[in-house]
Design a protein. Structure first.
Length: 150
């Protein structure tokens, strides 16, 4: 279902002469998985990897889905990538945040995977209070895109 919302976002960006990032190659995904493990000591959820195969990060109306950090990519992207490693290192300056993998954000929310509870959720930014939990990443990405398109 989130792919339908992604198509709407693509159409909106085209109105302004902009394009979204294409999906990452398998080579870059494998490098990214290894680098995340080496630098953050975490394993990424498989659902997130599937999203990266379709779209390598995005930003629209202040809603951001993190992608593969630019330093790991050879090619120029269609839009700026907010790198998952870079932003997780930033959020991990607060020890309490290390229970999450931060997958995206907005002005008022963080979109995360809770490593302890093994669930995807939306947290209030900056309090960290859980606002909504999702059955899977697809539902969380769909919510992010719906909110971005409003």
């Amino acid at each position: 279902m989130w792919k339908i919302k992604l198509e709407e976002l693509i159409q909106q960006k085209r109105l302004f002469g902009e394009n979204v990032n294409i999906g990452a190659t398998e080579q870059k995904i494998h490098l990214f998985i290894k680098t995340v493990k080496d630098e953050l000591n975490i394993d990424l959820p498989n659902e997130y990897i599937e999203v990266l195969r379709i779209i390598n990060g995005m930003e629209f109306n202040g809603f951001i889905l993190y992608g593969i950090d630019q330093r790991l990519l050879d090619e120029q992207q269609n839009e700026k990538i907010y790198g998952l490693i870079e932003y997780n290192k930033l959020w991990y300056e607060n020890e309490w945040n290390k229970q999450y993998i931060f997958l995206g954000e907005s002005n008022i929310s963080w979109y995360v995977y809770d490593l302890t509870a093994h669930k995807f959720c939306e947290l209030d930014n900056p309090s960290g209070t859980e606002m909504e939990k999702f059955n899977n990443l697809d539902h969380m990405v769909e919510k992010l895109l719906i909110d971005a398109l409003e």
